[in-house]
Design a binder for this molecule. Structure first.
Ligand SMILES: Nc1ncnc2c1ncn2[C@@H]1O[C@H](COP(=O)(O)OP(=O)(O)O)[C@@H](O)[C@H]1O
Ligand SMILES: [Mg+2]
Length: 167
């Protein structure tokens, strides 16, 4: 699934759709350069789970846990991860194994240590906006994509239905 996200509002709106489609569980990898919109997308995911406030980048703490209406969300940012040992030290392995939703920025920094994700989201800059490419990596991930495809808002953002116009 490939989407065109024209501005920050849409990035958050898409995050909210994704948050609903995830139904409170799974591991989501968010890949993309600095400024690609990973944290903004996470804000939408958290909002869908009932978090209204700001979202701080856990760049130095590596993970920010959220306890929301019956849902636990762990927001990882591995940008500054030097050694996976640091993740072991803060109990990262247990957090990832929990029946919770884990959103992981910079998963490539934890390669070889992180368990396989359910869903991979690749974000890239496109003009003033962003493009998102989503790929399922498990049955849960596939179900998430199917739920997303059934959401009316997403049809208007799809690059597939817009054909080659954007190129
Ligand atoms: N779809 C979008 N279109 C335009 N600007 C966006 C979009 N998504 C996010 N931004 C902006 O990009 C900047 C970086 O976003 P951020 O989520 O912090 O990126 P990352 O976490 O990938 O480094 C922010 O100023 C944000 O408002
Ligand atoms: Mg970020």
């Amino acid at each position: 699934m490939q989407l065109r996200l024209d501005d920050e509002d849409r990035q958050v709106a898409f995050g909210e759709c994704l948050g609903r489609a995830l139904e409170g569980q799974g591991r989501v990898h968010l890949t993309g350069e600095l400024g690609a919109g990973k944290t903004t997308l996470t804000r939408g995911i958290l909002r869908a789970c009932g978090h209204q406030g700001a979202v701080k980048s856990p760049t130095y703490t590596l993970v920010e846990p959220y306890e929301l209406d019956g849902v636990r969300v762990h927001h990882f940012d591995l940008y500054r991860l030097g050694d996976p040992e640091e993740l072991e030290f803060i109990g990262g392995r247990d957090l990832l194994a929990e029946d919770a939703l884990c959103v992981i920025e910079w998963p490539e920094r934890g390669e070889g240590w992180l368990p396989a994700p359910d869903l991979e989201v690749v974000l890239r800059l496109a003009g003033n906006g962003r493009e998102a490419l989503l790929e399922a990596r498990s049955e849960h991930g596939q179900a998430v994509l199917e739920r997303l495809a059934a959401m009316p808002a997403l049809a208007g953002w799809s690059l597939e239905t817009q054909g080659e116009v954007a190129r």
